[in-house]
Ligand binder design. Structure first.
Ligand SMILES: *Cc1c(COP(=O)(O)O)cnc(C)c1O
Length: 427
């Protein structure tokens, strides 16, 4: 795999180096300049999830792992299904929340943990990541108990759901969690600063596990194929995929799937009130505002860090910008969508519901909609129960952690304080 730093194209790396370093020089993202289509889409679609994913990842990554090595990584990472459920006459949900932390981030987190453990071969690594909710849990679970890998997770204090928080703050061991007095963008800014600090990079062997890491994105490409494989011929014809978006890693993965030849007609970039991208697609002006706290808190991002990759795909001629429709769904509409889904027999949560609502507003006759169910409704139990007025049963993974003690520490949104803390616990 040949990747370039999007801010400095003299820096060119392979897949393993990009996984190890996360971000390139000047905080540039690594990305491909071209994507060769898969030779036979129909043959790929006929395979089961794990085998098809091995084929796709082999095609994208190339020969940096042997076929046997890569197959083993994929098999260890993809241990749960991604079912497509029919929601109404024109619409399906792709449920990505059947993994250990009940969110789509298990796919990327687990594949990244497999890749990094293989690539680092026992050398010490510190994973530093910011989370607006689900990344923290997925990454923490994926790396928990792995020798020589420490994980430091920064999250905005009081801004993510208590159950979500418990999924990663209760693990302990090599998982260190820090509640930052600030919003997600403040956490992300600290992570970026750490990667710009040579002392941190070199002495702590820093690695980022947020959706900046290319391995996470590639893993996510696989479930777009899985969704397509489960749809019948009529539904495949004019398929519109609605992606509830925050940092836009998920949408980037969908666009890669399309570039590989998966015949998705178009995508909806669905956001909550943090609508930098929909406004940009409408006006051509990139004008982030302050981040607003919403019901769909995992998407409370006003400066999405994967957007430059989507821009690059357009610039390199890999995809056409016209296939992306931006749509902002406000808090009222999100609640209406959840109630409507409940009335047709589908219990949902704010992130997926706003993606569903976007389809309702956008689908033309003859089109079929698919929205991504990015997290299990029980991860947002408080708001879901409030809005739907019904109690929600907790799946076992959540019931188990709900009773455990959180082990996180509180810190200000201050880079030096975080740096000091990390040296104290890791050196
Ligand atoms: C992370 C997350 C999103 C946003 O995904 P991006 O890839 O960052 O756009 C949406 N929904 C849920 C539940 C999430 O955890």
């Amino acid at each position: 795999m040949h990747l370039v730093n999007l801010k400095d194209n003299t820096q060119q790396v392979g897949f393993c180096d990009a996984v190890k370093t996360g971000l390139g020089r000047d905080q540039g993202l690594f990305f491909v300049e071209e994507i060769a289509p898969l030779a036979d889409i129909n043959a790929a679609l006929a395979l089961p999830l794990v085998e098809r994913s091995q084929l796709i990842l082999q095609h994208l990554i190339g020969d940096e792992f042997s076929e046997g090595e890569l197959n083993a990584l994929v098999e260890a990472a993809f241990t749960f299904p991604a079912p497509v459920v029919k929601v109404d006459e024109q619409t399906y949900a792709l449920e990505l929340f059947h993994g250990p932390t009940l969110a789509f981030k298990d796919f990327g987190g687990r594949f990244m943990a497999q890749c990094l453990t293989k690539i680092s071969q026992g050398a010490p690594v510190t994973i530093l990541t910011a989370t607006s909710g689900d990344t923290g849990a997925a990454v923490a679970h994926a790396f928990h108990g792995i020798d020589n890998i420490n994980v430091v997770i920064l999250f905005p204090k009081g801004k993510i759901s208590p159950l979500q928080e418990k999924l990663f703050t209760t693990l302990g061991g090599n998982i260190h969690t820090v509640a930052i007095d600030g919003d997600f963008d403040a956490c992300q800014a600290i992570v970026k600063q750490a990667f710009d600090d040579p002392q941190m990079r070199e002495e702590l062997h820093l690695n980022s596990a947020n959706s900046i890491n290319i391995s996470r994105l590639l893993a996510q490409v696989c479930y777009y194929f899985e969704a397509f494989a489960q749809l019948d011929e009529a539904a495949r014809k004019e398929l519109v995929v609605s992606v509830p978006s925050g940092n836009f890693g998920n949408l980037t993965a969908g666009l890669i799937a399309k570039a590989l030849g998966l015949p998705i007609k178009r995508f909806i970039a669905a956001t909550n009130l943090n609508d930098t991208v929909p406004r940009y697609l409408e006006t051509g002006e990139w004008a982030p505002k302050d981040t607003i706290a919403t019901l769909s808190n995992a998407m409370d991002v006003s400066q999405p860090n994967n957007w430059p990759r989507i821009e690059a795909m357009v610039e390199f001629g890999i995809i056409d910008k016209d296939i992306i429709t931006g749509m902002m769904i406000d808090e009222d509409c999100t609640q209406i969508a959840m109630k409507h889904l409940q009335s047709v027999g589908y219990t949902s949560e704010p992130h997926a519901a706003l993606a569903y609502r976007s389809l309702q507003k956008s689908l033309a006759e003859g089109e079929t909609g698919l929205f991504l169910g990015t997290a299990h409704p029980a991860k947002f139990r408080e708001s879901v129960e409030n809005i739907l007025g019904e109690p929600l049963a907790l799946p076992k993974a959540l019931a188990d952690v709900a009773a455990e003690t959180s082990l996180d520490v509180d810190k200000p949104a201050d880079y030096q304080a975080i740096k000091q803390y990390m040296f104290d616990i890791l050196k």
